[in-house]
Design a protein around this ligand. Structure first.
Ligand code: 5RP
Length: 239
């Protein structure tokens, strides 16, 4: 466990401060000329805002963003946001709704799961930043699994997801739309014993555009808590 600021009393650290600590730690991974994957959510917003200072120091950063909100925020910070980049992303920094000890994630609380997964899949390194409440020792699945669904015949899609054990609720009574114009169902499968297998099963259902289970994509996680900040490695970081 490494304390960023020994004078700080971590017993009084709020979840918002933890998010900021994790985001600040992730900033140390950013190098001049990198192509960044820019995640979505309140934790990543601290990371995006802090990029402004790096850019002011002369660090050149290009990136691909996982949502319209993050794209606008990153541009405001001075990031050169690409719309149709075709190469590999050097470093994707994103948040999570839940994470287990193997780096399996639940994502999509903010509805950006499809773009987030495309960017993570095409990244050499994926760094997840989170406060300690996101870390679930006993497995993921307490947070309902977001599933992005094509609006066309969406009730059929829901029935098929329920057949494999989910209890699904359409977000905002079916009114919610992602940046891609799709609906999101939040699905309760209980604690998920085999996240990679569940990810495959849900993804196979026609009408499912993407599922917010991310198995085997995270390289590392930076988790901030009452006792400080720690880095968990799931794979080798390749600079
Ligand atoms: C958005 C996401 C976010 O990364 C996730 O919801 C975490 O958000 P926050 O940092 O606000 O808790 O997956 O689709």
């Amino acid at each position: 466990m490494k304390f960023l600021n020994p004078s700080m009393d971590f017993r009084t650290v709020t979840p918002e401060e933890m998010k900021k600590v994790a985001a600040t730690e992730a900033l140390k991974l950013v190098r001049d000329g990198m192509i960044l994957g820019i995640g979505t959510g309140s934790t990543v917003n601290y990371f995006i805002d802090a990029l402004k200072d790096l850019i002011a120091q002369g660090v050149r950063i290009r990136g691909v963003a996982t949502s319209i909100d993050s794209s606008e925020r990153a541009r405001a910070a001075g990031v050169n946001v690409e719309e149709d980049y075709a190469g590999t992303v050097d470093l994707d920094v994103d948040g999570t709704d839940e994470m287990d000890g193997s780096g399996n994630l639940v994502k999509g609380g903010g509805g950006a799961l499809l773009r987030e997964k495309i960017v993570a899949y095409n990244s050499r390194n994926v760094c997840i930043i989170a406060d300690e409440s996101k870390f679930k020792e006993n497995g993921i699945g307490t947070f309902r699994i977001p599933v992005e669904v094509l609006p066309y015949l969406n009730q059929m899609t829901r029935n098929q997801v329920e057949k494999i054990g989910g209890i699904c609720i359409f977000r905002e009574n079916g009114k919610y739309r992602t940046d891609n114009g799709n609906m999101v169902m939040d699905c309760d499968f209980g604690i998920i014993k085999d996240p990679p297998e569940m990810e495959r099963k849900i993804k196979m259902i026609p009408g499912v555009i993407e599922v917010g289970l991310f198995a085997n994509l995270a390289t590392m996680a930076i988790v901030a808590g009452q006792d400080g900040v720690r880095t968990v490695n799931f794979k080798n970081f390749s600079p």
